[in-house]
Design a protein around this ligand. Structure first.
Ligand SMILES: O=c1[nH]c(=O)c2[nH]c(=O)[nH]c2[nH]1
Length: 300
């Protein structure tokens, strides 16, 4: 028979996916900031869970309102700074709130070109990556993860895959010229909170994409390691980076039945199944931060 009291374990709560658009309109040239923000608090919430005593429950509705109010009061500027400001507010305003988790996705917009000129107040959603951030605090510690997802990239040559073991189930042909395509999800961990967040984000993204483009690939594994290594080589305050990349297979279509040659020109872009290549690139001997990663699912 089981023994011992039944008690509340780790818990957090808040308002998820607050869609927030902020227009800055100090001049005729408006700016748009478009985010999806999740706020969750951690602390002493035993009384609520065990007895339904809400005296310490900062309502999820209040958390939502704070997100919108802070956007107006403090502006956004960068999702990292916005989340740090939010987190600091909650942990300093309520004695029993000792930490929490704040997450944001940022959707990029471009100005619509009218007569070849970028319009002052009309935008189109950039069909590129979604920027992602998770800030976590626990007592004196603060962790900032940043990254992006859905950055779709493709190389139409400069990619090979051969030399792999063959057994009775292997049918894949070796190739010295294939399409390499993926949708990059990247997360990196900063060792500082004193970072020029937007500039650094753009610089890291550029290094990742430039490396994808310039590495002659012998495997997607080799490419993503090179991408991560390039970031760690260039940015001292990035401790580690995790990359998750579906191998979006492009199969050469057999056009022979129609009497046609197909010299790497016509491909079937399969959506599934796909290879899924994931790797962490880290500094040997550097301190690990498992708490920073514990709530970011989908990585090894
Ligand atoms: O870059 C690749 N890595 C693999 O591990 C793999 N496996 C596979 O079938 N194709 C590929 N391509």
């Amino acid at each position: 028979m089981a023994t011992g009291d039944i008690v509340l374990g780790p818990n957090q709560y808040g308002k998820a996916e607050n869609r927030l658009v902020r227009i800055t309109r100090d001049t005729d040239r408006h700016e748009i900031e478009d985010l999806n923000v999740t706020s969750q608090l951690r602390g002493d919430f035993v009384a609520c869970h065990v007895e339904g005593d809400n005296s310490q429950v900062v309502a999820t509705d209040t958390q939502k309102n704070t997100v919108y109010a802070f956007a107006q009061q403090h502006g956004i500027g960068s999702p990292e700074q916005f989340l740090l400001t939010l987190g600091e507010h909650f942990v300093t305003s309520f004695d029993w709130v000792c930490g929490g988790r704040w997450e944001a996705e940022l959707y990029a917009w471009e100005r619509i070109a009218v007569d070849g000129r970028p319009h002052d107040h009309s935008f189109v959603r950039t069909g590129r990556e979604v920027r992602t951030t998770v800030v976590q605090k626990d007592g004196d510690q603060t962790w900032v993860l940043a990254g992006f997802k859905d950055a779709t990239v493709l190389k139409s040559t400069g990619s090979e895959f051969h030399g792999f073991p063959r057994d009775r189930y292997t049918t894949l042909r070796e190739t010295t010229d294939r399409i390499l395509a993926t949708s990059v999800t990247a997360w990196w961990r900063y060792t500082s909170t004193d970072v020029d967040w937007n500039a650094r984000y753009e610089a890291i993204k550029a290094v990742l994409l430039e490396t994808f483009a310039s590495v002659h690939s012998l495997a997607l594994q080799q490419t993503i390691f090179a991408m991560g290594r390039a970031v760690l080589e260039q940015f001292d305050d990035v401790a580690e980076i995790r990359l998750s990349c579906p191998n979006k297979h492009h199969f050469l279509v057999d056009l022979e039945p129609f009497g046609l040659d197909n010299p790497n020109e016509v491909f079937f872009a399969a959506d599934r199944p796909y290879g899924l290549i994931q790797a962490t690139v880290q500094r040997e001997g550097a301190p690990q931060a498992p708490q920073a990663w514990a709530t970011v699912p989908g990585f090894c």
